[in-house]
Design a protein around this ligand. Structure first.
Ligand code: FEO
Length: 394
C-alpha cells in the first residue's frame, strides 16, 4: 500500500522517505536519513508529476501513485537530472507510456546520457515558459547550478508553490509534511554546505529570481516542505552573502598528541580573545559538520601533523574538500608538529588554490611544542584577532 498527502486541492505529495540511508555520494553522512519528494499536480485537463525518486524506490513511488488513484499522467516534470530525483523516470514511463518528460535542454542531454531515455519522450522548455494543465499552470524558471548546470525550478502559479528540487531542500527523514523551524536550520545549513556552497555567487542570482515571485510555499525534493518560505530564503541569503563571522574552524589530526597540544593552546587563545571556535578531531568527526562550520567562519586553521614527508592524509583530505567546497573563508593558517622535516605547509597550500584566502604565517613545532612554539601560537591568535577586527567582525 502506498501513501500520499494532499498539500492543496489537486496538489499531492507522493514521494518516499528513505529512513535508513546513512551516506550520500559515498561521501556525505546522512545522520537523519533523507527523502525523495515528488508531487502530483492535477489540472482540469492534464496531470503532471514533478520529480521522481531514487531507483530503489521506484516501486514505492508507483505504489503511492496507485493509492492516489492516478490512472493518467501527461508530464513528468524533471527539475534536475541527478538520479535521486530522475532515476525512477524509466519506471514511470513504463507505467505511463504516453507521458512526456519536461525539462531544460541541458537536462535532456544528461537524462539521455545517464538513463538512456529515448529522444521522443522529451518536451524541453525555455526559461520562463509555462505549461497549462487546465485551470492550473506550471511556469519554469531556470535556476542553474543548484547544484548541477541543468537545474530549474517549477512554479505553480495559481497556488504560488515553488518546486525547486534540491534548492532549499535538505536531508531529513520525517513523517512531518511541513518543516519545523526549530529543527531544520542545522540540517538545511549542512546541506547547503555540502552541495550548494561552491555555487554561492550563482545562488545569489537565483535568489533574485525567487524574490521576484510571490511564494506561499516551497516544496523541495528532499525533506519537509516550507510553509513559511521566508525562513529558508533568508537563511540562504545569509549563508550565500559575503558576510563572515568572528569564528575560526580548526580541523586537526594528531598522531602522538603534539599537534593536539598546539590545537588546544590555540583554541584557548582564540576563546580568550573573544573569537568563536569550532574544533574538529578529523578522525572522529563528521565531514558534514566540518563543511557546515565552514559556511560562515572568517578563518580556517588546519592542524596537520607530518607523516611520510607531508601532511597526514586525513588533513590533506580536509584541505582537498575545503578547496572543492569553496567557502567564503577569508584567512587560513596551518599548525602542526613534525618529526624531522617535510613539506606539510607546501602540500596543503598547493591543495587549496580555490580558497581565496590570505595565508597567515603557519606555526610548526619539531616534536613536542616548546614555550617558543606556544608564544608563536599566541601571536597567531593575535594576528587572527587583528584580521577579524579589520573586517569589523571582532
Ligand atoms: Fe538531490 Fe542533486 O540531487
Amino acid at each position: 500500500m502506498g501513501v500520499y498527502r494532499e498539500i492543496r486541492p489537486g496538489v499531492f505529495s507522493v514521494g518516499v522517505i528513505d529512513w535508513d540511508r546513512r551516506l550520500f555520494d559515498e561521501l556525505i553522512p546522512l545522520p537523519d536519513g533523507t527523502s525523495y519528494n515528488a508531487y502530483v499536480v492535477q489540472g482540469s485537463e492534464r496531470t503532471a508529476l514533478i520529480d521522481t525518486a531514487d531507483p530503489p524506490f521506484a516501486q514505492a513511488l508507483l505504489d503511492n501513485l496507485e493509492t492516489l488513484g492516478l490512472d493518467r499522467l501527461d508530464y513528468v516534470v524533471t527539475n534536475h537530472a541527478e538520479q535521486d530525483h530522475s532515476g525512477s523516470i524509466p519506471a514511470i514511463l513504463e507505467r505511463f507510456p504516453a507521458a512526456k518528460v519536461v525539462c531544460t535542454p541541458r537536462c535532456r542531454e544528461l537524462l539521455e546520457e545517464h538513463l538512456e531515455i529515448p529522444a521522443e519522450k522529451f518536451e524541453t522548455v525555455k526559461d520562463r515558459e509555462f505549461l497549462s494543465l487546465g485551470e492550473k499552470t506550471l511556469e519554469f524558471f531556470y535556476t542553474p547550478w543548484v547544484h548541477w548546470p541543468e537545474t530549474m525550478s517549477t512554479y505553480l502559479r495559481e497556488e504560488e508553490i515553488l518546486f525547486p528540487c534540491d534548492f532549499f531542500g535538505f536531508h531529513y527523514a520525517t513523517s512531518d509534511l511541513f518543516a519545523d523551524q526549530r529543527t531544520i536550520y542545522e540540517p538545511a545549513k549542512r546541506y547547503y554546505a555540502e552541495i550548494m556552497m561552491p555555487f554561492r555567487k550563482i545562488i545569489q542570482k537565483n535568489l533574485e529570481i525567487v524574490d521576484s515571485l510571490s511564494i506561499k510555499m516551497i516544496a523541495p525534493s528532499h525533506g519537509p516542505l516550507h510553509s513559511e518560505p521566508s525562513f529558508i530564503i533568508e537563511a540562504y541569503r545569509d549563508w550565500s552573502s559575503d558576510d563572515v563571522k568572528n569564528e575560526v574552524v580548526v580541523p586537526f589530526v594528531s598522531m602522538h598528541g603534539s599537534t593536539e597540544l598546539m590545537v588546544d593552546h590555540l583554541v584557548n587563545a582564540l576563546i580568550a580573545r573573544g573569537i568563536g571556535v569550532k574544533r574538529f578531531d578529523i578522525a572522529a568527526s563528521d565531514v558534514g559538520k566540518m563543511a557546515e562550520a565552514l559556511v560562515d567562519a572568517a578563518t580556517l586553521v588546519l592542524g596537520a601533523c607530518t607523516i611520510l614527508g607531508g601532511p597526514h592524509p586525513n588533513a590533506a583530505h580536509v584541505a582537498f574538500l575545503a578547496n572543492a567546497l569553496r567557502p567564503k573563508t577569508r584567512f587560513a593558517s596551518i599548525i602542526g608538529s613534525y618529526g624531522w622535516g617535510g613539506k606539510t605547509v607546501k602540500v596543503i597550500q598547493d591543495t587549496i588554490p580555490l580558497l581565496k584566502v590570505e595565508m597567515i604565517e603557519p606555526v610548526l613545532a619539531k616534536g613536542l611544542p616548546t614555550e617558543e612554539d606556544y608564544l608563536a601560537l599566541d601571536r597567531l591568535a593575535d594576528e587572527i584577532l587583528k584580521k577579524h577586527k579589520e573586517l569589523g567582525i571582532a
